[in-house]
Ligand binder design. Sequence first.
Ligand code: PMP
Ligand code: GLN
Length: 383
Amino acid sequence: MKTVSKLPDVGTTIFSVMSNMASEYDAINLSQGYPDFDVPAVLAERLNHYTLSGYNQYPPMHGVAYLREQIVQKVENLYAVSADVNSEITITSGATEALFVAIHTLVGNGDEIIVFDPAFDSYDPAIKLAGGRAIHIPLSSSSFSIDWERVSEAITPRTRAIIINSPHNPTGSVISSTDLDELAKLACAKDVAVISDEVYEHMVFDGQQHHTIASHPGLRDRSFVISSFGKTYHATGWKVGYCIAAPALTVEFRKVHQFVTFTTHTPTQWAIADYMDHHPEHHEGLPAFYQAKRDPFAKMLAKIGFELVPSKGTYFQLATYDALSDLSDLAFVAQLTQKARVAAIPVSVFYEVPPEMRLIRFCFAKEYETLLEAARRLESHFS
Ligand code: PMP
Ligand code: GLN
C-alpha cells in the first residue's frame, strides 16, 4: 500500500537516537533527560499498595479526585494560585499528552502557534498534525531570553497561541515576572492563548522562584498550564502529567483528551496523590538536590575545556566546545558517544534555523559517581 506521511520531515526523535547510540557503545547516557536514581522507596511502595488493593480499573476521565485535590493544594501553597478541583484540572498521560491535547484544542487548518527555538521537539509535529503551522522565533543567543518585539511582529490574525517553556529545556533559562507582564500584554491585546510547559517547575536554582503563568491575573484565563510528575518524582517512565486551565478551556481540552487516551493509569495516580499528601517536602527539596549536582558537574566540564551556559533551572547543562573541536554538534556528540563513551544531545536539532553557535546539552540528573565517571572519560578523551 502506498503510504502518505503526515510528517514527511520528521525522523526518530533525537532522544531515541542518542539513547540507542549510548547503549550500542556502552556510553554513559547524559543525553535523554532522565535520572539514573530511583523513585522514592515510599512512592514505589504506594504504587505496589494501590495495585495490589484493586485500584486497577478506569478512573474518571479527567483523573482521580485525590490527585486533583493534591494539585490544587500544591499550587495554592506554592504559588497562591486557586484552581477548582473539578472544572480546572485534568490528569494526562505525561506532559506530552497534555501538550498534544492543548495544541489540538486550539489549532485548526492554517492556524499558527508561536514557539521559541531551541524548542522541545514535540511542539512542532503536534501543531502540524493539527493542520497548523509553528512560527519559530529564536531566543536571544546570549541569555536565551524572549524578544517580545519580535513576538509582537510575528502575531497575525491566524495566531492561536504562544508556547512558553520555563524552566527551559534545553537551555536552562527561566522567564522573569517582567516576561509574564510582556506576555500578558500581548496575549490580551491580540487575544491569543498561552500553552505553558512548566514540567521543570520544581528545578529552579540559586534561590530564584519559578514564575508560573497561572499566577498572572492577565494570563490565568487564557492559558493551559502543563506539568509532569515524571520530572518531580524521578519517574519519567510513569508518564503522568496534568493541565490546569480555566473551566471554558478545560471543557474543550477534555473533549480532545477523552479521545486521545481517555484517561491515565489508575494506581499511579493514587500513589502520586498519596505521596504528595504525606511528603510535600519532596518537591521543596529539589532545587538544593539538583543544584548539588549541577555545581560540581559544571566545574568538571569547565576544567576539561567546555564553556558553559549558566543553568538557572531544569536538570540540563548547556555547553559550547570551541576549544575542543571544530565538528558540528551532531558529529561532535557522535564522537563523544562512540569514542569518549559519554552521550549528549546536539542542540541544533531544536532549531528551525540552527544558530552559528555550536551547543550540546548534558543531563545532570545522575548520581555523583556517574557524573564523575563521565567527566573522567571526557577528560581522558581530550588529553
Ligand atoms: N516538555 C518538556 C520541556 C520536556 O522536557 C518533557 C520531558 N520529556 C516533556 C514536555 C514531556 O514530559 P512527559 O515525559 O511527562 O510527557
Ligand atoms: N524530556 C526529555 C529530554 O529532553 C526526553 C523526552 C523524550 O525522550 N521524549 O531529554
